[in-house]
Design a protein around this ligand. Sequence first.
Ligand code: SAH
Ligand code: SF4
Ligand code: F3S
Length: 465
Amino acid sequence: MTTETIRTSEAASESGEVRAPRKVFVKTYGCQMNVYDSQRMADVLAADGYSAADNAEDADLVLLNTCHIREKAAEKVYSELGRLRRMKEERAARGADLVIGVTGCVAQAEGEEIIRRQPAVDLVIGPQSYHRIANVVRGARGGTRQVETDFPAEDKFEHLPKPDARATRARGVTAFLTVQEGCDKFCTFCVVPYTRGAEVSRPVGQIVAEAERLAESGVREVTLLGQNVNAWHGEGPDGTAWGLGRLLFRLAEIPGIDRLRYTTSHPRDMDDTLIAAHRDLGALMPYLHLPVQAGSDAVLKAMNRKHTGDDYRRLVERIRAARPDIALSGDFIVGFPGETDADFEETLRIIRDVTYAQAFSFKYSPRPGTPGADRDDQVETAVKDERLQRLQALLNEQQEIFARSLVGREMDVLIEKRGRKAGQRVGRSPWLQPVICDENDGEIGDIVRVRINEAGPNSLFGTKV
Ligand code: SAH
Ligand code: SF4
Ligand code: F3S
């Protein structure tokens, strides 16, 4: 594997004197996988003597773990880099240093270009090289700018340190666990196959061991992550082929792991065993993020989603038959190239047919290198704005109806943390909503039976039964 290096004029400032312990601040953008990755990078650096800082001001290494999914997300990084450059200059004036790194999907997509646009950046490292980050940082501190965006042949996860028990405890009673990374689906709007590479599944043994360690450090709810998490596949201990459903059953056997979730799923990878897990596995929470993106068959085809609106409706019916109280969430894109008013109406129609408890919706953003960006029938911004507004009005209405439907009902709530107000605890409902309760209702890590008294715009309020 190669490490591309660019010599800089700045001299190394390692003088060998005893210095204060180094501190790293990682700022995370984008999806949950970036949240997970930021923690893994912090673990690698902790093994190299770095403790965690709460903000950039207190750190001598700042990493921006970036997202490339939409133009806005990627551009945010450059404004933050401008701010860090000024901080670096101020420090240099008083003889202190600041190492600036860019990681994540912008790092992968733009590589060296980032340093060209912002010369204050010392290192750029893509998601497949995080196990090497301590070396890369040392190289940068030695005065050589580092750009590492290869897809190395070695297994990153094998080389990442195990999640640190103390750090995990401090991180709380819920945790993410990446089981699958990358994507082979190539939806025509999406950069993920380019930034995260080909679909890779982690082996069963590695995943079980990581989940066991999480359980030992007090985690009670694990969310399995993957860009297409339900495409995960592996070989079980008995030599048979396992899909995500089998894996979930295995993880539920771990003492202490009481709740399981997974995200994000692709409709084409919801197989029978996984649907059966929703019926038979109590630990699997009745909540599923299952993006459909659009409702019109023509748009779905142009997006290369490889299913129709009715395929999706039938799938949702099967899932609901298995687990009647399941709530769905989704992602939607408005204004994909060529989307007509009639196509957009089909998106509204599928939302009305399916009904969502939660949803994320976006204006189509043409991304360099994706087929959608090259099309000459882009939709005007004003049209996208108007469609997004209508879509969000409908989704908000559904979200409210769902939250209100829970008032008066009893449910198990995992107490997660102290509330913002004294005397409050914040828990999590099976449907992922924050539930505000009284501190006497339970300790952090307890799962308590709660009756919901009220539904606010972003959270529920309840009392222990
Ligand atoms: N693997 C997941 C999605 C990952 S990206 C899936 O297949 O569903 C998260 C969401 O960002 C997508 O579901 C999509 O709604 C949105 N998105 C991706 N590329 C986009 C683009 N170019 N413009 C606008 N939204 C986009
Ligand atoms: Fe992107 Fe499509 Fe892969 Fe999801 S399935 S990550 S939207 S290419
Ligand atoms: Fe963004 Fe990369 Fe996640 S592009 S959404 S951080 S996989």
